[in-house]
Design a protein around this ligand. Structure first.
Ligand SMILES: *Cc1c(COP(=O)(O)O)cnc(C)c1O
Length: 400
């Protein structure tokens, strides 16, 4: 006789435990397109919490490309890449992406999460070491957990600590076979930039691989929005795995890596998330090719994004708000307690400004914030409206 157990009681109990601490997610439904002004649950709002930085998700060229591809190739690819899911469109996207990123080669995956969870455990295994930045994205954390390599976390952007970790790794017995340094390019909660040039220097001294997750840097940093490798004038002999996603500034969906031919061939032969999950649908692939066209031919989107970012960040700083370490279109307004961040977000929403609070456990307990993500198509008038609302609510809640 086995013990009497209720097989699914935990489902409700664990949820209730979260809800009691107000840590459960309450979903808000967006009823229009992901545009700077859209409709959320029947209410017209300014949208300040989307990754669609440049507005490409609704760009006419991308929409047209998706429609044409659906007509010509259908809406699904029908298979994983390795069977019959490699269409000429996928090959074209990878050629275009490699050229755009100035890399030898590129490879696309169904999502960015799947790059990190599928590739990291293939790059390093038992007898290897992963040196991972403290504030890395959850998909990197999961990728690292799927590897049997040893793991050390270095403190956020702390190059002295990274140097120390690498020095200690040299003394490990038996010597590590491989060392992988892995970092986000732009940190998604703070909007600061990893010192990739210094990381590369340390990696070169220790013969380590460098892997950067440029999800929030692509379409934002570097020449024309090429990303963090371009921003620091580096190349793919120095940054060995240049990983990203089309789900942010490119406005579509899909993960990718850029690097050497050797890396690309290794990755597609070894990543189970690539080999065993269906390839991107043709309309998505065609729209993403169009996104690269737009980045190459319409440089004003990236310029507008930065113009808005610089104007807005300075204005809220001048009002006395704490924007932390922000250097990019991710602009946190750090208020301290969770309850205050939630109040601020609610009051902004009442005024038709939608931005979610970011609280523990996503950030430390005393670092609760709202996180504003700038958009290239917000007008000066829109931004002034947000600044004015922030000033009034900020005083009311005694944040400034
Ligand atoms: C969004 C994000 C991912 C995941 O990308 P998807 O393509 O949406 O799965 C990975 N890493 C970072 C840093 C991200 O911000």
């Amino acid at each position: 006789m086995s013990v009497k157990r209720h097989p699914t009681k935990f489902l409700r109990e664990e949820y209730l435990a979260l809800a009691e601490q107000d840590l459960d997610w309450k979903l808000k439904t967006v009823e229009g397109p992901s545009k700077p002004i859209t409709v959320v649950e029947g209410k017209e709002v300014l949208l300040l919490c989307s990754n669609n930085y440049l507005g490409l998700a609704t760009h006419p060229k991308l929409i047209e490309a998706a429609i044409e591809a659906a007509k010509e190739y259908g809406v699904g690819s029908g298979a994983v890449r390795a069977i019959s899911g490699t269409m000429s469109l996928h090959m074209e996207l990878e050629r275009r992406l490699a050229r755009w990123k100035r890399a030898e080669a590129a490879l696309t995956y169904p999502t960015g999460f799947m790059v990190n969870s599928g590739l990291i455990p293939q790059l390093v295994d038992k007898g290897d070491l992963i040196v991972s930045e403290e504030l890395n994205h959850g998909s990197i954390i999961d990728g690292c957990r799927l590897s049997r390599a040893d793991r050390v976390i270095y403190r956020h952007t702390d190059m002295e600590h990274l140097a120390q970790v690498l020095d200690e790794a040299e003394r490990h017995k038996p010597p590590y076979r491989r060392i992988l340094i892995i970092t986000d390019g732009v940190f998604s909660m703070d909007g600061d930039i990893a010192p990739l040039d210094e990381i590369v220097k340390l990696a070169e001294e220790h013969g380590a691989m460098v892997y950067v997750d440029d999800a929030h840097g692509e379409g934002v940093l570097g020449e024309g929005g090429r990303g963090i490798v371009s921003h620091f004038h580096l190349n793919h002999d120095q940054v060995h795995v240049d990983m990203g996603t089309f789900s942010k500034a490119y406005g579509t969906v899909g993960g990718h890596i850029c690097g050497s031919e050797d890396l690309i061939r290794f990755a597609w032969n070894k990543s189970r998330t690539w080999l065993l999950s269906s390839s991107l649908p043709p309309p998505v692939v065609a729209a993403t090719i169009a996104a690269i066209d737009v980045l190459e031919t319409e440089p004003w989107h990236v310029r507008n994004l930065w113009k808005n970012t610089n104007y807005f960040r300075k204005a809220v700083q001048d009002l006395g708000f704490n924007t932390g370490r922000s250097q990019t279109p991710i602009i946190p307004i750090i208020v301290g307690e969770s309850s205050k961040a939630k109040k601020l977000s609610e009051k902004l929403y009442e005024r038709g400004i939608y931005v979610t609070p970011i609280v523990y456990p996503m950030v430390a307990r005393d670092q609760a914030r709202i996180r504003i993500q700038m958009h290239a198509q917000l007008t000066q008038e829109d931004l002034d409206r947000v600044i004015e609302a922030l000033e009034e609510i900020g005083r009311e809640l005694e944040i400034i």
